[in-house]
Design a protein around this ligand. Structure first.
Ligand code: DX5
Ligand code: ZN
Length: 218
């Protein structure tokens, strides 16, 4: 089970400090939310933040692209040192080609679907990906409420993975806290993004411990 803290809710004026903190607490991935103000109604950060963080941490840089036509930026993220590049099914008419290009660049490839998008739309590319991300909020902002109806899609993807003998990660993103993380794990997820739950707290180490506790719930 892998925790991927989202720096969207971290202290941007002390970004390196916050990143080193979650790394020292044993988090394996670092989730970087890229928004372009088009695909989602918010603008966050770009490949410059990835290249700035690359020398700061050994964590897996797990980049979530919420941009229109993400194929335009593959080289930029590969050069910046991203490890996983995850693109939205809804953001490109060339999903297959985009995933091919990500793999060819040397990064791991991820595909993500919004709450309103069915799993069937990514079925044709499941054999190509290293990670499937099921959004558990509508993308755009941290701190939103978890949408439990997305859990059936986590289970659906886990079943397809088993049936087709594949081995990609199943990641969940949005509204993950010490309670919802248990539901996500039971549905079949193994990578858990959490932003506000970790960083909008006086005691992030305690929050991370609580997330790990949530993962042990039967
Ligand atoms: C939402 C982003 C998330 C966000 C999660 O569009 O993709 O990664 O940071 O934030 P929380 O954990 O606060 O819901
Ligand atoms: Zn995200």
């Amino acid at each position: 089970m892998i925790l991927s803290p989202s720096i969207l809710s971290s202290d941007f004026a002390n970004l390196a400090r916050d990143v080193k903190m979650v790394e020292s607490l044993g988090c394996e991935y670092l989730h970087i939310d890229v928004m372009d103000g088009q695909f989602v109604p918010n603008i966050t950060m770009g490949d410059n933040v990835v290249s700035a963080l690359r020398p700061v941490t050994k964590m897996v840089l797990d980049v979530h692209l919420m941009v229109v036509n993400p194929e335009r930026f593959i080289d930029a993220y590969a050069n910046a040192g991203a490890d996983i590049l995850t693109v939205h099914q809804e953001s490109t008419v060339h999903l297959h080609g985009t995933l091919q290009k990500i793999k060819a660049s040397g990064m791991k490839a991820g595909v993500v679907i919004n709450p309103g998008t069915p799993v069937s739309l990514i079925e044709p590319v499941l054999h190509m990906v290293d990670q499937v991300l099921i959004m558990t909020v509508n993308p755009g902002f941290g701190g939103q409420k978890f949408l439990p109806e997305c859990l059936t899609k986590v289970a659906e993807v886990a079943e397809l993975r088993e049936k087709r003998n594949l081995s990609f990660n199943i990641e969940v993103d949005g509204g993950v806290d010490d309670t919802t993380i248990a539901e996500c794990r039971k549905a079949g997820a193994n990578v858990f993004v959490a932003g506000s739950y970790i960083f909008n707290s006086d005691n992030p180490p305690e929050r991370i411990a609580k997330l790990r506790e949530g993962l042990t719930v039967k």
